[in-house]
Design a protein around this ligand. Structure first.
Ligand code: ATR
Length: 285
C-alpha cells in the first residue's frame, strides 16, 4: 500500500460536493500527503464500494445523500450518534479492515452555532426547527442532547409526528409539534430558529414565514448554503437578529473526519470559507 492517506466522499449525485475542496485545503495547509476524491455511486454500487474501502487503500470516507442510511447497515461498529440517527456520514477504516460508522452532522450543526453566535446557551433554549428530514433529525438530536426544547414544524404533519416520536425515544426532552400553517406564530418566545427545509435554496420555492413574533435577541440559522445569504437570513439581519449561515455546518462536520483520517484537528478560517464560496460560485455558473 502507498504512503498516501486516501479518503473521499460517496454520494449520488456528488459532483457539486464542496468536501474535496474542503479537505484538499486542509491537506495543503498542513502539508499532509493525502488525497480526497469524489466517489459518485449509484445505490446498487454502494455496498461493494464500502466493503472494499480497506482493500483499495482508503483510511476512510464521507457518506452523503442518499446513502447515509444504507451505509449504516454495512458497518462493523456504529458510534452512539450514528446508531441513534440510523445514518452514517463518516466511515473510519481501521487497520484490521473493520469499518466504524459515525455521524458528525449534529456536531457540525452545534459547533457552527456556538462558534458563530458566542454566548448562545442551548440549555433550556426554546428552538423552532422547520423541516423533518435527515438534517432535522441530526440537528434535533444534537439540540436535545444540549438540553434545548424543540418546536418542530413541517409541511407534512405525519413526518413531524414520526420524527418527534423517534427523537423523544432517543434523546428525550421537550418536543412540541406545530402545524406548518402556524409556523410564524411558533416563533413567539423562542431563542433560536433553524431552517432545515430546502425552501430558499437555489431552484426551490421561497420560505414564507413572518418574523414579527420572533424575539429580537433570537439567533436564526439556515442550513441552506446555496445561496449563502438566504432571504431568511437577510430578513432576520434587517430586524437585528443574529444570522448564522449554513456553510459553517458543512465545515465543522468535516473536522472530526479530517482529524480521524489525517491526524490533525484542522482550523476553521476565513480563507477556507472564501475557498468554498469560490467553489460554490463555480458550481452555480
Ligand atoms: P434533508 O435530508 O436534507 O433534511 P429532505 O429529507 O429532502 O432533506 O427534507 C426536505 C425538507 O424540506 C422536508 O422537511 C420537506 O417537507 P416534507 O416533509 O413535507 O416533504 C421540506 N420541503 C421541501 N419542499 C417544501 C415545500 N415546497 N414546502 C414546505 N416544505 C418543503
Amino acid at each position: 500500500m502507498s504512503g498516501i492517506l486516501k479518503a473521499g466522499v460517496i454520494g449520488w449525485p456528488v459532483a457539486h460536493s464542496l468536501s474535496p475542496t474542503l479537505h484538499s485545503y486542509w491537506l495543503n495547509k498542513y502539508k499532509i500527503e493525502g488525497s480526497y476524491e469524489l466517489m459518485p455511486l449509484e445505490p446498487h454500487r454502494v455496498g461493494e464500494a464500502i466493503q472494499t474501502l480497506h482493500a483499495r487503500g482508503f483510511c476512510g470516507a464521507n457518506v452523503t445523500v442518499p446513502h447515509k442510511e444504507f451505509a449504516a447497515q454495512g458497518m462493523d461498529k456504529l458510534d452512539e450518534t450514528a446508531t441513534a440517527l440510523g445514518a452514517v456520514n463518516l466511515i473510519n477504516v481501521h487497520k484490521d479492515g473493520k469499518l466504524e460508522g459515525r455521524n458528525t452532522d449534529g456536531f457540525g450543526f452545534v459547533e457552527n452555532l456556538t462558534a458563530s453566535a458566542p454566548g448562545l446557551d442551548l440549555k433550556g433554549a426554546r428552538v423552532c426547527i422547520l423541516g423533518a428530514g435527515g438534517t432535522t433529525r441530526a440537528a434535533g438530536f444534537a439540540l436535545l442532547k444540549e438540553g434545548a426544547e424543540l418546536r418542530i414544524s413541517n409541511r407534512t404533519m405525519e413526518k413531524s409526528e414520526a420524527l418527534a416520536e423517534l427523537l423523544q425515544a432517543q434523546a428525550g426532552g421537550d418536543i412540541t409539534i406545530v402545524p406548518w400553517s402556524e409556523r410564524s406564530q411558533a416563533l413567539e418566545g423562542i431563542s433560536f430558529l433553524v431552517n432545515t427545509t430546502s425552501l430558499g435554496m437555489v431552484g426551490q420555492p421561497a420560505l414564507e414565514i413572518d418574523l414579527a413574533a420572533l424575539p429580537k435577541d433570537a439567533v436564526v440559522t439556515d442550513c441552506v448554503y446555496a445561496p449563502l445569504e438566504t432571504d431568511l437570513l437577510k430578513a432576520a439581519r434587517v430586524r437585528g437578529n443574529v444570522g448564522v449561515d449554513g456553510l459553517g455546518m458543512l465545515i465543522h462536520q468535516a473536522r472530526p473526519a479530517f482529524k480521524s483520517w489525517f491526524g490533525v484537528d484542522p482550523e476553521v478560517s476565513d480563507d477556507l470559507r472564501d475557498a468554498l464560496i469560490a467553489k460554490q460560485r463555480e458550481n452555480t455558473v
